[in-house]
Write a protein that binds this ligand. Structure first.
Ligand SMILES: [Zn+2]
Ligand SMILES: [Zn+2]
Ligand SMILES: [Zn+2]
Length: 179
């Protein structure tokens, strides 16, 4: 068999490959919609089709796998060592929400996952309460499908939401994506 006629130190090449690998910082961030940063056009890898979309339209778009998620603005909620797990589809709040499904799946598989961003209740701002992700319609009511707005709410606020007395006016649900 013919040999390559190249003059190169094998060790040098391997060292370069190793260096490249360690420079590749994986995006570990997960949005409150339950999908990873890379699924959001505003956070997509530069040069990717999703990133081009963000540059052209200036509006965020979330596309986990083949799914279309209406999330309009990335909002950090968790970091996970394997964000590919975060591809579920929301069908309601709490256990029916993509964010919780991703977190629980990661934990069940012993994959590192931890909360990030603001986990106080979005409505009452309390920090000493447990909260669950809730998909919200633009009129402030809870949705039972993937929603544009997803907020972490405490039990008391959810009870109010169910009685339609949580928001004084629908406008209280801030739909503007965070910068
Ligand atoms: Zn999102
Ligand atoms: Zn999403
Ligand atoms: Zn609350």
């Amino acid at each position: 068999m013919k040999e390559f006629n190249i003059d190169v130190d094998t060790e040098d090449v391997l060292a370069e490959i190793k260096k490249k690998k360690s420079q590749r910082v994986p995006v570990r961030e997960v949005c409150v919609c339950g999908h990873n940063a890379g699924s959001h056009s505003s956070k997509a890898k530069p040069g990717s089709a999703n990133a081009v979309l963000w540059e052209q339209r200036g509006t965020d778009r979330c596309r986990p796998g083949r799914q279309e998620c209406p999330c309009v603005g990335f909002e950090l909620a968790a970091v996970c060592a394997d964000v590919r797990l975060f591809r579920f589809k929301t069908s309601g709040r709490g256990p029916k929400h993509a964010l919780f499904q991703g977190i629980v799946t990661a934990r069940a598989r012993d994959i590192e996952v931890s909360p990030a961003g603001d986990w106080s209740c979005f409505a009452c701002k309390r920090e000493d309460v447990s909260v669950v992700p809730v998909p919200l319609r633009e009129d402030g009511r809870q949705d039972d499908k993937p929603a544009k707005i997803n907020k972490l709410l405490c039990g008391d606020c959810i009870a109010k939401l169910d009685r339609s007395v949580l928001w004084v006016a629908p406008a209280e649900v801030d739909t503007t994506p965070e910068a």
